[in-house]
Design a protein around this ligand. Structure first.
Ligand code: TMP
Length: 214
C-alpha cells in the first residue's frame, strides 16, 4: 500500500451518543486550523457503499446471516478505501470518518458474536496495515443513549436490537480502547454537549499540534 501522508481520524459510539453534531464540531476544528478535510462515513462514502448501506440498514433483508452482514461491511470498506480514503490520504488531505473497522469488531464481533479472528483476517486483507491515526469513542450508558436515540426517526435494522446487544457493543468498544490507548480516546458523551465538546477540543487540539508539521 502506498505511503500515507494525511491523517486518518475516526469517530465511534453507540446509539444516541451525539455522533453527528460532534463530527460537525471536529470538522470545524480541523478546518479552522487550515487542514483540508475529507468528511465521510461507513458503511457508505461511495455510490456503491451507500447502496450497500441501504441493504445493511434497511428492513428488506431482516434475517440476513451475520457473516453476510460482516462481508458486506468489508465490501463497502474496500470500495471506500480504494476510491476515497487512500487517494485523499495520499494527496495529503485528512480524512474524518463516521465509523470504521472498530464498529465491525463492536457490532459484528461483540453484538452478533462473530469470532474476532475472522474480523481480524478481513481487516488484514482489506486494509493491508492501514489503521486510523486517531479514534474518538463517544461513550455513554446504553439506557441514556437509547432514550436519546428513541426520540428520533424510524429505527434501522441495528437500532431494533435489544439492550443486551448494545451492552455487548459498548463493552467491545471499551475493550478496544483499553487495548489501544495511544489511538483510541474515550470521550464521556453522557454529559451536556458543551462538556463533550471541551473533551473533544482537547484531544483534537493536541493531535493537530503533534501533527501540524508532519
Ligand atoms: P450510523 O453510522 O448512522 O450510526 O449507522 C450505521 C450502523 O451500522 C450502526 O448501527 C453501526 C453499524 N455498523 C456495523 O454494524 N458495522 C460496521 O462495520 C459499521 C461501519 C457500522
Amino acid at each position: 500500500m502506498t505511503v500515507k501522508k494525511g491523517k486518518f481520524i475516526t469517530v465511534e459510539g453507540g446509539e444516541g451518543a451525539g455522533k453527528s453534531s460532534n463530527l460537525a464540531f471536529i470538522r470545524d476544528l480541523l478546518e479552522q486550523s487550515g487542514i483540508e478535510v475529507v468528511f465521510t462515513r461507513e458503511p457508505g462514502g461511495t455510490a456503491l457503499g451507500e447502496d450497500i448501506r441501504d441493504l445493511l440498514l434497511g428492513h428488506k433483508h431482516t434475517g440476513m446471516a451475520r457473516d453476510t452482514e460482516l462481508l458486506l461491511m468489508f465490501a463497502a470498506r474496500a470500495e471506500h478505501l480504494a476510491r476515497i480514503i487512500l487517494p485523499a490520504l495520499n494527496a495529503g488531505k485528512w480524512v474524518l470518518c463516521d465509523r470504521f473497522t472498530d464498529a465491525s469488531y463492536a457490532y459484528q464481533g461483540g453484538g452478533r458474536g462473530i469470532d474476532m479472528s475472522r474480523i481480524g483476517a478481513l481487516e488484514t486483507w482489506v486494509q493491508q496495515g492501514l489503521k486510523p491515526d486517531l479514534t474518538l469513542l463517544l461513550d455513554l450508558p446504553i439506557e441514556t443513549g437509547l432514550d436519546r436515540a428513541g426520540q428520533r426517526s424510524e429505527p434501522d435494522r441495528f437500532e431494533v436490537e435489544q439492550r443486551a446487544f448494545f451492552e455487548r457493543v459498548r463493552a467491545t468498544y471499551l475493550d478496544i480502547a483499553q487495548a489501544e490507548t495511544q489511538r483510541v480516546h474515550i470521550v464521556d458523551a453522557a454529559v451536556p454537549l458543551t462538556q463533550v465538546q471541551q473533551q473533544i477540543e482537547q484531544v483534537i487540539g493536541q493531535f493537530i499540534q503533534e501533527n501540524s508539521n508532519a
